[in-house]
Ligand binder design. Structure first.
Ligand code: AMP
Length: 280
């Protein structure tokens, strides 16, 4: 595995691969790698000849008071895991490499970001889209893999690719969960054991909605009421709990196959998100 931390080094390494006609598949991450991230590497391997992973904790996508300074970082562990899973090129730029000097331009969503994560985290998706656009220009991938875990992010990146004509095939890979259902997240390391137990209510509430939907309930109010009870039973108050249309992310009154059930909640001080697609 090549490990690179400069723009020139990355461009040079990939120019040679591209000249040989190799297809580049890209997995952007913020590191503290877990099996969810590594499953994206497997999907990238299917989609390309060269798998490029970036590890960059992007300051632009953290709001004031969020966890930027304490976000888990483990570069050596990440490099070992990436190499073992078959990453060919690991790009680990510093903030100065990604954002040298003054910035005058950013990529800001004009739709799809008012609600849910976008509503709870003002400016978050401008930070995400700006760094993804930069990474796409640096890596120039043929394909890029994102996780369903961050479904609003995947929706916005799809819009970025479409609206700004990035020649990138977007792949969205399923959420990897622990055996008990908790969606893997770098932020799970913040959870104390009792908090981790309460955090299970998120996936239980979502899977409960999927089960009720499969059983014939399609009224959003009814599905959401049961899910809210599940969360309340664990002492979890959601920031949002919603059934949304997969393309517009608008709330739906009646769920159909493909409707997204999603939740965000703070458990202790840790903010968690999760979603499932109904009828999937
Ligand atoms: P992050 O490092 O949190 O920015 O995540 C990097 C990529 O990994 C994003 O595309 C996430 O959606 C994806 N990801 C995070 N957690 C999971 C998971 N549990 N299963 C699948 N993909 C994930």
């Amino acid at each position: 595995m090549q490990r690179l931390d400069t723009v020139a080094g990355l461009r040079e390494a990939l120019r040679e691969r591209r000249r040989r006609g190799e297809r580049i598949a890209f997995v952007p991450t913020m590191g503290a790698l877990h099996d969810g991230h590594l499953s994206l590497v497997d999907a990238a391997r299917q989609a390309g000849d060269v798998v490029v992973m970036s590890v960059f904790v992007n300051p632009l996508q953290f709001g004031p008071g969020e966890d930027l300074s304490r976000y888990p970082r483990d570069l050596e562990g990440d490099a070992a895991k990436a190499a073992a899973r078959g990453v060919d090129v690991l790009f680990i730029p510093s903030a100065d490499v990604m954002y040298p000097g003054t910035r005058a331009v950013e990529v800001r969503p004009i739709a799809l970001a008012e609600r849910w994560e976008g509503g709870a985290r003002p400016g978050h998706f401008a930070g995400v889209l700006t760094v993804v656009a930069k990474l796409f220009n640096l890596v120039q991938p043929d394909a890029a893999v994102f996780g369903q875990k961050d479904i609003q992010q995947a929706t916005l990146v799809r819009a970025l690719v479409r609206d700004l004509d990035f020649p990138v095939q977007l792949i969205v890979a399923p959420t990897v969960r622990d055996a008990d259902g908790l969606a893997l997240s770098s932020r799970n390391v913040y959870l104390a054991p009792d908090e981790r137990a309460r955090a299970l209510a998120l996936s239980r509430a979502l899977h409960g909605m999927a089960r009720d939907f499969a059983g014939g309930t399609d009224e959003a109010a009814a599905l959401l009421a049961t899910a809210r009870d599940t969360l309340a039973g664990a002492g979890v108050t959601p920031e949002y709990l919603a059934l949304a249309h997969p393309d517009t992310l608008d709330p739906v009154a009646v769920a159909t196959r493909g409707t997204i059930a999603m939740v965000a909640a703070r458990v202790g001080t840790t903010r968690l998100i999760d979603n499932v697609i109904l009828g999937a």
